[in-house]
Design a protein around this ligand. Sequence first.
Ligand code: ATP
Ligand code: MG
Length: 450
Amino acid sequence: MNNSDIFVGLDIGTTSIKVIIAEFVKNQLNIIGYGNTGSVGLNRGVIVDIDQVVASIKDAVKQAEQRANIDISDVTVGIPANMLQIEQCRGMIAVSEEDGSAKEITEDDVRKVTQAALVQSLPPERSVIDVVPDEFTVDGFDGIKDPRGMVGVRMEMQGVMYTGPKTILHNTKKCVERAGLTVSDIVVAPIALSQVALNDGEQDFGAIVVDLGGGKTTAAVVHDHKLKYTYLDQEGGDYVTRDISVVLNTSIENAEMLKRNYGYAMSSLASEEESFPVQVVGRQESEKVTEQYLSEIIEARLRQIFEKLATALEQINAFQLPGGVVLTGGMAALPGIAELAEEIFQVQVRVYIPQEINLRIPSFTQVIGLVEYATKQSEIDLIVKQTLGSAKAKRQNLDNQQKGNSRPEQKPVKKPKKNNHADEPKKNQTSGEENGFGYKFKHMFDNFFD
Ligand SMILES: Nc1ncnc2c1ncn2[C@@H]1O[C@H](COP(=O)(O)OP(=O)(O)OP(=O)(O)O)[C@@H](O)[C@H]1O
Ligand SMILES: [Mg+2]
């Protein structure tokens, strides 16, 4: 099988490592293999022991390879939002011939303008994870998505730059490479997650997606199809498990099992009568605990997490976005989670669960997002990424496609993005809906970075 048809997502989570192998045929993504192994060597989403993480990645990859019956090499990997910063960036270059006349813009010019946009003084401990081009301007004509082939003397690029701690980026790459794989693309995790958990309207008009992971909880605000803000609370489902273990005096393994089998996120939804036996450390006889009591323990921690999220999100008026809140990630499987979130956030809340066969649990949303994201990258996105030094392997595929070496259907499709059209009304233009409800939300975060 031609490897350019294959996309692999790798989600290095605190609780588990997930791998998905997908085949991209006739514009459709078919998942042909998956792996999921418990992870060791991470703390709150951050790699703290490279050797342990490498071993877990190898296990998960092996599982997925066996299911798909192929060997993989290139993977798209997510970078968690720990200490993520989102900034606008802008670069400008002259593209004219030596005599000053207008010249046709090439791929090389796109690389140069990206480099110009990246010339910013970053502290030594931070590095650029990703740059997503928003638009190009050629001789004053803005809203251009792909300037290649156009003629001009001056080109600007405007985009969004995501930076994070150098150590997170380095350790992630190191683990992938030490596991015998090649990083084909590096993605800011909530960008990939939101593209599957939120529908097109929510991504356009704005919504909040909350990833309830094991080691951390990440809220991401998406508006105009862009990630505008993230808030990360370094508490997650594993804290809930630990609380259960401490309060009920039972092992972590038991606590995890009880949470999954009997727990509710909202204790008022749990039964006062239904009880189950709990093995207590140091005692022969098990103790009876009601579902409601267990759920009170769960709710207390979740309330604390949601309240912190609410405070941060209120500060940027994110609850005014019409899409409300979408919950996903492992803990979103808990019954009553939407009800609890709705009570605290006071907006509509829904839970996103992937619909792919064998992957119908919210723990898989992130890794599905990574693989889908990889297929949606436009050529311009890849050229920009190549300038950053990532997207190497897929870039080679792109080169082959451009040389005509691949069949047309092998080329990843770009889903039409609403903001992808140069003929859309510009921010400073007026349209019929300017004073309407839709306009208000569509433009709510326009000046967010100012
Ligand atoms: N059915 C379930 N009911 C309740 N909790 C669950 C269920 N399934 C998984 N969880 C919890 O979800 C958490 C793991 O979620 P997930 O796989 O999204 O985390 P992760 O990606 O490994 O970690 P992180 O994103 O924080 O680095 C664990 O705390 C686990 O107990
Ligand atoms: Mg996760």
